[in-house]
Design a protein around this ligand. Structure first.
Ligand SMILES: C[S@@+](CC[C@H](N)C(=O)[O-])C[C@H]1O[C@@H](n2cnc3c(N)ncnc32)[C@H](O)[C@@H]1O
Length: 222
């Protein structure tokens, strides 16, 4: 799996759809608004941001979630680096990221700064963003990670199509790699994901989802 990359088709010439998982990378309706609702609001961001804050993510994809968080961090006036670590098994080549991210002109300055230096994996320092993308299957790479996040973005493809990214033991690893008082958020309200997060030790709540999705899930680790 180490050398595999994303396999894509484009819907309406704009939205990348994984042919491996038969699922789009972001909402066909409004990917940016959904990211803000699910992952920022769902983790009480930007309100919880403070120096040294660390976000971790399952599924880096196009980088949309990272750019959305980075923009919110700078717009909240932070001048230190936001730490963002993402786990990705099938990295997208930068030219495909650029094509996908073209749909979000309000993020263009962050996108351009990122893509200017991004080679596809590893760590890059962008003044106010310290990004690390750990390549490989998160079921193997997350247990080996030494870090702990203050907020998690759980953004695998839909649990029905990508169940390996939502399994109970991986969610336990998420809890083990969450700082006390840390949070998780995800767009899905699938029962087995909710139960997996509860069994991992999170206090879980179901809250309104974005757009046509009635619910999403957030969790808090005491
Ligand atoms: C919905 S997309 C993520 C979208 C992304 N957060 C964004 O901002 O564009 C799901 C991602 O999970 C990745 N993925 C699927 N299975 C994985 C696994 N076992 N380990 C790590 N990443 C995985 C896919 O390659 C894909 O990039």
């Amino acid at each position: 799996m180490q050398d595999q990359q994303a396999e894509l088709q484009w819907r309406d010439g704009q939205v990348p759809v994984s042919t491996r998982f038969d699922d789009p990378y972001f909402s066909l309706e409004n990917g940016l608004a959904e990211t803000r609702h699910v992952f920022l609001d769902g983790n009480d961001l930007p309100g919880r941001f403070r120096d040294g804050f660390h976000i971790a993510e399952l599924g880096f994809g196009t980088g949309l979630n990272m750019l959305t968080a980075w923009a919110a961090w700078e717009q909240a006036g932070h001048q230190s680096a936001l730490h963002f670590t993402s786990f990705e098994a099938f990295p997208m080549v930068p030219v495909d990221m650029a094509k996908a991210l073209a749909a979000f002109p309000s993020l263009s300055s962050w996108r351009d700064r990122f893509l200017e230096v991004w080679t596809g994996e590893g760590t890059c320092d962008l003044d106010t963003m310290r990004l690390t993308v750990i390549k490989g299957d998160a079921r193997q790479t997350l247990p080996a990670w030494a870090g702990r996040a203050d907020a998690w973005f759980l953004d695998g493809f839909s649990p029905a199509k990508n169940p390996e990214l939502w399994g109970e033991s991986l969610l336990s690893e998420v809890a083990c790699h969450t700082a006390p008082g840390g949070t998780v958020a995800t767009y899905t309200a699938a029962g087995f994901v909710r139960r997996g997060l509860m069994n991992a030790g999170f206090e879980v709540s179901r809250v309104p989802g974005y757009g046509r999705k009635r619910h999403m899930v957030r969790g808090f680790l005491a």
